[in-house]
Write a protein that binds this ligand. Structure first.
Ligand code: PEP
Length: 248
């Protein structure tokens, strides 16, 4: 099996100031981490350029969202070309906070994923079930439907990182167990094999998100299908470096 490069993303959500983001960045710039781990931080849009300017080479910057139209009368939105122009090489898409609070549909997330990839921006594609859906045994169905909307439009998954983020685990301190996460990650890989290709199934990084901390990251990182993390709250703290180094 091909080895998949470990991938750790930090989602700052709607947090931070010029000063606090500069201070997180200088901590990351000084930190030692495995050169074989891909590290990407996603500050609020207003601070993307600031982050790119201050971060050292080798750490990438992601937007938290992007729009699917190239330009024009779309007040408040940011285009893929504008990200490219600003050296922002990744974007999150389909985060549960956007799916739930802003009612983004699977289709809309898929359209934006296609637009980002077509424009040369990598996508951290978030998926995951709510607590109700898990309790109704619908976890795999929900995640598959979210990914199928993308698989129907995109055949080259080499610039997609799938983030499995159970909604009940995000920002709650209730981390999925290693077994719970591994089960869904394995199901996602199986889905990729049937809906995309064997190559996509083997090569696509599937990262876990939901209350990852410096305490639980090493255990989770042992699972065969967990290729990294998407970290919210803990990415704002110095301990983010310990999560980046979970494999060491
Ligand atoms: C997230 O926002 O993607 C996330 C996983 O948040 P947290 O780590 O705070 O649960």
């Amino acid at each position: 099996a091909p080895s998949r490069q470990f991938f750790v993303g930090g989602n700052f959500k709607m947090n931070g100031t010029i000063d606090s983001i500069k201070s997180i960045i200088s901590h990351l710039n000084d930190a030692k981490f495995d050169s074989n781990t891909e590290v990407v931080i996603a500050p609020p849009a207003l601070y993307l350029l600031l982050a790119r300017e201050h971060l050292r080479q080798g750490i990438e910057v992601a937007a938290q969202n992007v729009f699917d139209k190239p330009n024009g009368a779309f007040t408040g939105e940011i285009s893929v070309a504008q990200l490219k122009d600003s050296n922002i090489t990744w974007t999150l898409l389909g985060h549960s906070e956007r799916r739930v609070i802003l009612q983004e549909s699977d289709q809309f997330v898929a359209d934006k994923t296609k637009a980002a990839l077509d424009g040369g921006v990598g996508v951290i594609l978030c998926c995951g079930e709510t607590l109700d859906q898990r309790e109704a045994n619908k976890t795999i169905d929900v995640v598959q439907a979210q990914l199928k909307a993308v698989a129907d439009k995109v055949t080259d998954w080499s610039k997609i990182v799938v983030a499995y983020e159970p909604v009940w685990a995000i920002g709650t301190g209730k981390v999925a167990s290693t077994e719970q996460a591994q089960e869904v990650h394995a199901a996602i890989r199986k889905f990729l094999k049937s809906a995309v290709s064997e190559e996509a199934a083997e090569r696509t990084r599937i990262i876990y998100g939901g209350s990852v901390s410096e305490k639980n990251c090493r255990e989770l990182a042992k699972a065969g299908d967990i290729d990294g993390f998407l970290v919210g709250g803990a990415s704002l703290k110095p301990a983010f470096v310990e999560i980046i180094n979970a494999k060491q």
